[in-house]
Design a protein around this ligand. Structure first.
Ligand code: SF4
Length: 302
């Protein structure tokens, strides 16, 4: 089954800012891999998340993803020889404390201390699996939690956060993303690679260098998924992004946010607002539509 998205996949729209980066002026409508994926999964889901910006409850799987990503990021802040599994486990309590400080609602995920202990144990297991995939003592990442952004001509601003960027002495670039779920079944890799192609495309446009390798590291089952992108593939990807954006703007103009019911509805936080489940969407705010998509609903412009 598809894993619930982690918080680390998220890029806030339409005014995304890197967590620790400089403040920038408000930007044009944008698209992240997660939000493009929302639209492909279900246009109404895209509307709820990106335009209505409905609140979503925290989930233990998403919180664990955030915690494990934070530990791995800080692990690479240690001197190379100190990047052991014991060190990673040692970082867990402090990163858990920071997560609770930033999002106090995570406390409500656990009925009692036993449930919390089990959950922290599962985070320790994921970190142990990470060490079966690579040895961080032999790596020196060029970037961690890298905010990437580029303006697509006549299109949206493309934004994302790359977990890790490795640059070899010969200049080859590897884009690495950690997943705390399980790897996709054979034949279902393309949606996982969509996010990595998105990053590769933005890096190619902004740095003029096409990453040599895209690497997804699935800590849920200890699997690596690797791909070597090509320039023709990047051009095809650009067309795909333009087509998705065009679909978003068409839906926005027509105020036609269709539902697409699937097994993924089981993961959707918005069933109470979804007509497929007897709900009613909130009243649409035309200004919010314009901020998020760059176009106004025709009905609101009349
Ligand atoms: S419940 Fe399913 S159909 Fe409804 S908004 Fe969510 S993903 Fe779309």
């Amino acid at each position: 089954m598809t894993s619930a998205p982690t918080l680390t996949d998220e890029v806030d729209l339409p005014s995304a800012q890197p967590a620790d980066g400089p403040t920038r002026p408000p930007t044009r409508p944008g698209l992240s891999p997660s939000r493009a994926g929302d639209f492909l999964q279900c246009p109404l889901l895209f509307r709820f998340r990106t335009i209505d910006r409905l609140p979503e409850p925290q989930s233990s799987a998403a919180a664990r993803g955030t915690l494990v990503h934070a530990v791995l990021e800080h692990l690479f802040g240690l001197p190379a020889v100190e990047r052991t599994l014991e060190a990673a486990h040692g970082l867990l309590p402090e990163q858990w404390a920071l997560l609770r400080e930033r999002t106090p609602e995570v406390d409500e995920l656990f009925a009692d201390d036993g449930a919390l202990a089990d959950w922290l144990g599962s985070a320790r297991s994921l970190l142990a699996t990470y060490f079966t995939l690579e040895d961080p003592r032999r790596l020196e990442p060029a970037e961690r939690e890298l905010y990437v952004v580029t303006d697509l001509d006549d299109g949206p601003q493309l934004r994302g956060i790359v977990d890790r960027l490795d640059v070899a002495p010969n200049g080859w670039v590897r884009v690495v993303d950690y997943k705390t779920g399980k790897s996709p079944r054979a034949g279902y890799e393309s949606s996982a690679l969509f996010q990595m192609r998105f990053y590769a495309y933005v890096l190619w446009r902004t740095r003029g260098v096409l990453p040599k390798r895209l690497q997804l590291e699935y800590l849920g089952d200890g699997t690596l998924l690797q791909h070597e992108p090509t320039e023709p593939e990047m051009l095809t990807f650009e067309s795909r992004i333009r087509s998705i954006w065009s679909g978003i703007q068409d839906a926005a103009r027509a105020d036609d946010w269709r539902t697409r019911r699937s097994r993924l509805c089981d993961w959707c936080s918005f069933q109470a607002h979804c007509p497929e489940f007897g709900g009613t969407p909130p009243t649409l705010d035309a200004d919010a539509v314009e901020r998020a998509t760059g176009v106004r609903p025709v009905s609101a412009s009349a």
